[in-house]
Design a protein around this ligand. Structure first.
Ligand code: NAD
Length: 470
């Protein structure tokens, strides 16, 4: 370790979407910034081993599925030939390009980058493994999270977390996905489309727990036809790694007898990285799970040290991290701002996509929040039918007293893109009437939000819902 000291107005620890956004925004506001990450390339989990590579692979999965779906329309393709190495190389090149873009953006802003594990030495110094010590006036902790593991599984390269699965080491004939959450379901889609026979085992009663059941049902139905088995209300009780595969025993309602898989993906959640940075030396409180509590300005209990992203709490989403990163950077630069986001959209990039924002029916019923609901089934959308997909649904939840839009849920192709309009509507305090009276282009899937709003208003003509309400 060199004794060199690097000084900065602001240290940002972690170069994921939260950290690099914070660093860039702070530099734009005139602060001298040092950004430290253990990876040589910027972008964190999201760009290197998360959102971006998974979306690249999901794109391929979708095209493969859609090509197959064209048989119904009289167009047949031969069996696709999949060259795994070329696919891997394409994915790596895409990541590299984005890494390079971020490095360029850092250079343009004079953000100094340090590579190495950073640990706090005290409230104004950070030691970087193999690098200089950083002396900082203020700091933003953006160290993210890591995949949770399950003790039932032995240490074996065929037992993968999401990082390993995204490497596409080979195409397992039989894959077991443990955990029916977002990561499990996204990667299950990729492997199934590339040819694996997939079994999903999920602890709770259905996929994507926490999400409204009517939004998950069309996904469950489509996957049930494609996957070897979907075991809900079930778990793995025994697993051993043998030469012929991973031997697994299950427990649960519909659990089969012992099975052998070529590979297993464990996707049972992520854990915060707050416990690995010697935060206590800086006086920063980390809770027993590894989360760092913050206030509305993203300040930790130590006023000049901020925290953002996965390490401050759920939901662990890149877009939440980058928003919080901007808030922290602006506060550090002296702006009087706070985190006042009303809603954070969530998307499962499965096929169909499931997306929701604001209040869900599940949460409303659990917390006794009064709501009115209106929905529009995509089976009545000309556009949905023209792409051969009628299973979708758009629904809105409305405050019965103020008529404010409280939440929106969607399931169907591109729901993840469509949900942004709903997020904007909620942030702007829009009522269903505002959405219904906004002219939406026809024929689009975006119309389904307007139709759901019209259903609420009683002005919908695309379906017959009985006499007009107003
Ligand atoms: P998750 O918490 O969303 O899902 C984990 C699933 O595993 C749950 O359904 C849970 O019931 C199940 N589970 C837990 N223990 C189990 C066991 N022993 N056996 C069987 N099932 C078990 O976690 P994840 O999918 O790993 O994702 C982690 C985080 O990353 C989440 O916060 C998620 O929001 C985020 N993420 C988001 C996106 C996106 O926005 N598209 C994509 C990937 C990850």
């Amino acid at each position: 370790m060199t004794a060199e000291i690097m000084e900065a107005d602001l240290l940002v620890l972690g170069g994921g979407p939260g950290g690099y956004t914070a660093a860039f925004r702070a530099a734009d506001l005139g602060l001298s910034v040092v950004l430290v990450d253990q990876r040589a390339a910027l972008g964190g989990v999201c760009l290197n081993v998360g959102c971006i590579p998974s979306k690249a692979l999901l794109h391929c999965a979708k095209v493969l599925d859609e090509a197959q779906g064209l048989a119904e329309m009289g167009i047949d393709f031969d069996r696709p030939r999949i060259r795994l190495e070329a696919l891997r190389n394409w994915k790596s090149a895409l990541i590299k390009k984005l890494n390079g873009g971020l490095a360029g953006l850092a250079r343009q802003r004079n953000v100094r980058l340090l590579t190495g594990k950073g640990r706090f030495a005290d409230a104004h110094h950070l030691a970087v493994e193999g690098g200089p010590k950083v002396k900082f006036a203020q700091a933003i902790i953006a160290v993210g999270s890591h995949p949770a593991s399950l003790p039932v599984f032995p240490d074996d390269p065929r037992i993968m977390d999401s990082t390993a699965a995204l490497e596409l080491p080979d195409m397992p004939e039989r894959l077991l996905v443990v955990g029916g959450g977002i990561i499990g379901m996204e990667l299950a889609s990729v492997y199934a489309a590339l040819g694996s026979r997939v079994t999903v085992v999920e602890l709770t009663e259905g996929l994507l727990p926490g999400c409204d059941r009517d939004l998950v049902k069309p996904l469950e139905k489509r996957l049930a036809e494609r996957y070897e088995a979907m075991l809900t209300d079930a778990r793995v009780i025994e697993a051993s790694a043998r030469e012929d595969g991973i031997h697994v025993a299950f427990e649960g309602r519909q659990a089969p007898g012992p099975q052998v898989y070529n590979r297993v993906l464990v996707a049972v959640g992520r854990r915060p990285n707050g416990g690995f940075i010697d935060a206590e030396r800086a006086g920063v409180r980390v809770d027993e799970r590894g989360f760092i509590p913050v206030d509305r300005q993203q300040r930790t209990n130590v006023r000049h040290i901020f925290a953002i992203g996965d390490v401050v709490g759920e939901p662990m989403l890149a877009h939440k991290a980058s928003y919080e990163g901007k808030v922290a950077a602006e506060v550090a630069a002296g702006k009087r701002v706070a985190n006042d986001a009303q809603v954070i959209p969530a998307v499962a990039y499965t096929d169909p996509e499931v997306a929701w924002v604001g209040l869900s029916e599940t949460a409303a019923l659990r917390d006794g929040i009064a709501f009115e609901k209106a929905s529009f089934p995509w089976a009545a959308s000309g556009r949905a039918l023209s792409i051969g997909r009628s299973e979708g649904l758009t629904k809105i939840l409305v405050d019965p007293r103020t008529h404010a839009l409280l939440g929106v849920g969607m399931v169907g192709p591109q729901a993840g893109d469509l949900i942004s309009e709903a997020a904007l509507a909620i942030e702007m305090g829009a009522e269903p009437g505002d959405i219904a009276l906004t002219i939406h282009p026809h024929p689009t899937l975006s119309e389904t939000l307007a139709f759901a709003a019209e259903a609420y208003e009683g002005t919908l003509t695309e379906l017959y819902l009985g006499r007009k309400k107003r």
